[in-house]
Design a protein around this ligand. Structure first.
Ligand SMILES: [Zn+2]
Length: 286
């Protein structure tokens, strides 16, 4: 077994499980404003990055990122509408970029069939769902055909679980306890909790992830230096945690965040797992 987190010079190899396509013409003004505040450098190049995938690819490579999961977000009432089609088009031919689909159950017709088409005909490698942006509870019966399809297709499903700065989001929808039902009813579905309950659900997410073999944590958007105060026993769940940056909505660089994680008092296997191997297993089954 080859382990990939080998420093090359001072570069660490990373799989980033959580980046976004940002387009000024598709996102709501408050979302664009947020990007401007969080990452002013990117904001000034946003229109170039939005149309030229090579800029993103080169940036990711400069950060030591070997693969990055790129997420659509079709949430017109909150963040804006980056449809799956735009992400698939952007990632086409760029091996480093792994496109996921987004299904909005309040908008899309026959969502399970739509997911199947995104995966089989357009090459999506997973699904992202946004309960608090799109207003549904993850354990509603109407979502179950989507999970059944994802399980059949053997693709991972990421849920936004935690706070968000976007105007109009409603946190009640992403209480992690709703995923308890989903994890039980779809035991072979790989479920990832993006943001790991950011705000006040860290304990719940940690416990549920330890409890269910198919439930993972994504530490996107959590300051690495605070990680062990949120999850004091992180090492006990080292095989179930993946790294994500939320780029470009991130103040530090991806590499800085990864280096901070590397410097935490965690076992080598946990650090390698978070930065690369756990994501590799989820995405590629290796
Ligand atoms: Zn995000």
């Amino acid at each position: 077994m080859l382990y990939y987190v080998i420093p090359r010079g001072n570069l660490i190899e990373i799989i980033d499980f959580h980046i976004h396509l940002v387009r000024r013409d598709l996102l709501n003004p408050t979302t664009i404003e947020l990007i401007r505040n969080v990452n002013p450098d990117f904001y000034h190049k946003m229109d170039d990055f939005g149309t030229d995938p090579l800029l993103t690819v080169n940036y990711l490579r400069s950060q030591g990122v070997e693969y990055a999961v790129m997420l659509p977000d079709d949430s017109p009432a909150t963040a804006g509408s980056i449809p799956t089609e735009a992400v698939i088009e952007y990632c086409r031919g760029q091996e480093i970029l792994i496109p996921f689909a987004n299904i909005n159950p309040n908008i899309h017709y026959e969502p399970a069939q739509k997911l199947e088409s995104y995966v089989k005909e357009h090459g999506a490698k997973g699904l992202k769902l946004y309960p608090s942006y799109q207003f549904f509870y993850p354990n509603e019966a109407r979502l179950y055909p989507i999970y059944a399809k994802a399980q059949e297709l053997d693709i991972p499903v990421i849920f936004h679980i935690g706070s968000s700065a976007f105007r109009g989001t409603r946190m009640k929808y992403c209480d992690p306890i709703c995923l308890d039902d989903v994890a039980v009813d779809f035991p072979n579905l790989k479920i990832i909790m993006a943001h790991s309950g950011r705000g006040f659900w860290y304990d719940k997410c940690f416990f549920l992830s330890r409890f269910h073999k198919n439930l993972y944590m994504d530490i996107t958007g959590l300051p690495p230096r605070r990680l062990l105060s949120y999850f004091p026993e992180l090492d006990r769940n080292g095989e179930k945690v993946v790294f994500g940056s939320d780029w470009p909505a991130v103040p530090a660089t991806i590499r800085e965040n990864a280096e901070q994680i590397q410097s935490l008092p965690l076992s080598t296997s946990t650090i390698e797992g978070i930065l690369y191997r756990n994501a590799e297993r989820i995405l590629f089954g290796s």
